[in-house]
Design a protein around this ligand. Structure first.
Ligand code: GRG
Length: 309
């Protein structure tokens, strides 16, 4: 269950917003839509493996950011829900591949055995591929009340976030850096703006694009998204040290075992927390011009830095 404080204070803003209820409601909508999105047909084996990871839980942060950004600019759930689901399909595929023995080699994800532990490596690779391809098909097939031009922009951003300019590029540099202790903050930022930040940014911007946000709005949202993206990863690094396997739903302390450079390994825990809060304050400030309408996205930013899992 997601919990967070309803009232929060950042350096310049006081926000009263019931984020707990907001996240719970949106997560329920996303979970149902994902369940409906992928019925089991022939060959059943691959659909079961795809559904196993897609419906394994998770915070559903990327879809919720997409729905929230669309609503900020007057868009509806009908417009953004298919893209929200596609973002979660892509995120889930990246987790399946990330957990493979050739990558991070993990046995647990979202509190359950990883996909390859359940179905074998061959099926896990294909389940990831299946989810990735289906994400694009799903956006084109299911999006309603949106012009083709906007849908094309979303497809373009999804493709860019996944490929070598996004997740794939970040993962390659991350693998290269394993076991090296002298990684600079710039390299670490490169890894995480690609591995983690690109998809979070696309989640926010695609929701806004579907609703018809202006170029100026997209610039404001880019600032918001890039700041929450980096803060999200700093907190992820902190949690890898401070949280338990039960809280994380995956093996804790992996970064230390794999000799990975992380923000806490460079800055220490306290300074890492400070840097994350600074980024979140900037993200919140980037949206103040939208007034109360921005409260959901601003509250999500604060949740990112306060989260315990
Ligand atoms: C995309 C073609 C393609 C290949 C994948 C393996 C890989 C290339 C990239 C790794 C991407 C990765 C796993 C980044 C880590 C992102 C991250 C911080 C995940 C945790 O996200 P949460 O906390 O997880 O939102 P839940 O389970 O809540 O959804």
């Amino acid at each position: 269950m997601i919990t967070t404080e309803a009232k929060m204070v950042t350096s310049e803003t006081v926000i009263n917003f019931d984020l707990e209820t907001y996240l719970k409601d949106k997560k329920a909508i996303v979970d149902q839509a994902l369940d409906d999105s992928l019925p089991i047909i022939d060959p059943e084996k691959i659909y079961e493996a795809m559904r196993y990871s897609l419906l394994a839980g998770g915070k559903r942060l990327r879809p919720i950011l997409c729905l929230g950004a669309c609503e900020l600019f007057g868009g509806t759930q009908t417009m953004s829900l298919p893209t929200a689901c596609a973002l979660e399909m892509i995120h889930t595929m990246s987790l399946i591949h990330d957990d493979l023995p050739a990558m991070d080699n993990d046995d647990y994800r979202r509190g359950k055995l990883t996909n390859h532990k359940m179905y074998g490596e061959d099926i896990a690779i294909l389940a990831g591929d299946g989810l990735l391809a289906y994400a694009f098909e799903f956006v084109v097939d299911k999006t309603e009340n949106v012009t083709p031009e906007r849908i094309l922009q979303v497809i373009f951003r999804l493709g860019r976030a996944v490929g070598a300019r996004g997740l794939v590029g970040g993962q390659v540099v991350d693998l290269d850096c394993e076991g090296k202790t002298d990684i600079s903050v710039e390299t670490l930022n490169f890894i995480h703006t690609h591995k983690t930040g690109a998809l979070l940014e696309t989640s926010v911007l695609s929701g806004a694009i579907l609703a018809g946000a202006s170029e100026e709005d997209l610039e404001n949202l880019t600032l918001y998204a890039q700041n929450i993206g980096l803060a999200f990863q700093i907190i992820d690094d902190i949690l890898d040290i401070t949280a338990t396997q039960e809280e994380l739903g995956k093996t804790a302390g992996k970064d230390l075992t794999a000799q990975k450079a992380t923000y806490p390994s460079i800055w220490g825990l306290e300074e890492s927390k400070k840097q994350a809060q600074k980024l979140i304050d900037e993200a919140v400030n980037a949206l103040t011009i939208y007034g109360e309408k921005a409260f959901p996205l601003q509250a999500i930013a604060q949740f990112i830095v306060n989260r315990k899992f």
